[in-house]
Design a protein around this ligand. Structure first.
Ligand code: KG4
Ligand code: ZN
Length: 342
């Protein structure tokens, strides 16, 4: 009996239209991502209606390209998988409708995937073995959460942000510093020239045993630093030297990283974890990756982190996770709806 399971995954939860074909959960035959960064750049953030329209234009060409690059036709597919939650409703709706239509037309089972779980799966794609229990950190533009992972499919939420997500804070601070959108990669680039100890920005919720995060106070501290306490002053950024801007970027980035690393260590200690998983757009940040590795080495934890190419939104993580749901017989009906929350 042929045991090969080939899954087409689709992702439209925010501003990337993506499709991928993955074999047996591990072998990425294709991964196509049409980014909308250029479209949303001038607004400084994602505009849901514009994102939805762009998904509509791109979804079928992107699916076709993923199938062509993988050299597969509909007859080779075992299932169609879709990230149907969480995300922007009208963006998710495009992918969900496309996936349901393709599954129906090709007579394939449909697999519904949680976008956040898929981010963690991207840390597991190339892992041979995972020692449990594991702590899983998702750091993206929409989420900053810690989970206890019993398996790729079983996650227990331990803590999450009570205000801004880490990626959101990167994007907002980039706007304050007049750096281009998307903020994360540009803050990282600018921070390379700066001193991370130059300004002592606050690290929130570090007291006690809390596993929740808060980044809005940090963002406000950066704003005050740049515009003065009463916000009446001119934004000084225009008159700051490149070195001062780099120092602000580096000090802000360090405050976020310290918080993420301390909370992950705290969570790992609380559950006696052996492994740390990390995924999501902010996990592409090299300084964060290095700091998390240092912490894990110190405390004898194995760090499994998504390859940089799979940190930001993509459909390979969707098709990969779908393999395990397929094997467990967990299928969705054609009445599947998008869900904005997780
Ligand atoms: O996972 P993702 O593509 O989308 C969501 O599910 O939210 O994450 C996007 C977020 C954005 O906020 C972006 O600024 C941030 O990830 N990001 C980074 C880096 N690359 C992307 N943040 C810090 N450093 C980076 N290198
Ligand atoms: Zn994401």
């Amino acid at each position: 009996m042929d045991k090969t399971v080939t899954i087409l995954g689709i992702e439209t939860s925010c501003d990337e239209t993506a499709a991928a074909v993955v074999r047996n959960g591990k072998e990425i035959l294709s991964s196509v991502v049409a980014s909308q960064v250029k479209i949303h750049e001038k607004y400084g953030g994602v505009v849901p209606e514009i994102a939805s329209r762009a998904h509509l234009e791109k979804i079928l060409p992107v699916v076709r390209e993923a199938m062509e690059q993988a050299h597969v036709g509909p007859e080779d597919l075992s299932a169609v998988a879709i990230a149907n939650q969480p995300g922007l409703s009208i963006a998710l709706m495009v992918g969900v409708t496309a996936a349901k239509t393709l599954a129906f037309g090709w007579n394939k089972p449909l697999v519904a995937i949680n976008h956040l779980h898929a981010h963690l799966q991207s840390a597991l794609i190339s892992a041979e073995h995972i020692e449990l229990p594991a702590i899983a950190l998702i750091v993206s533009g929409g989420h900053t959460s810690l989970y206890e992972a019993q398996s790729a499919l079983e996650l227990k939420l331990l803590g999450s942000t009570i205000d801004d997500a880490a990626g959101e804070a990167f994007d907002k601070v980039a706007t304050i510093l007049n750096l281009p959108y998307p903020g994360g990669p540009n803050i990282e680039k600018t921070a390379r020239q700066g001193n991370p100890r130059a300004i002592d920005f606050p690290r929130s919720l570090l007291d006690g045993q809390s596993l929740d995060f808060s980044f809005s106070g940090l963002k406000t501290a950066v704003l005050y630093y740049c515009q003065g306490q009463d916000m009446s002053g001119q934004n000084r950024v225009a008159t700051m030297s490149p070195q001062e801007i780099a120092d602000v970027a580096a000090s802000f980035q360090q405050a976020v990283i310290d918080t993420l690393v301390i909370k992950t260590r705290r969570a790992a200690k609380q559950i006696g974890a052996k492994t740390v998983l990390m995924g999501g757009g902010v996990a592409a940040n090299s300084t964060l990756r290095e700091a998390m590795q240092v912490m894990c080495d110190k405390h004898r934890l194995t760090l499994l982190v998504a390859p940089k190419s799979l940190c930001t939104d993509n459909a390979a993580m969707v098709a990969s996770l779908a393999y395990y749901k397929y094997q467990a017989g967990q299928f969705a009906g054609l009445d599947l709806e998008p869900l904005a929350t997780s």
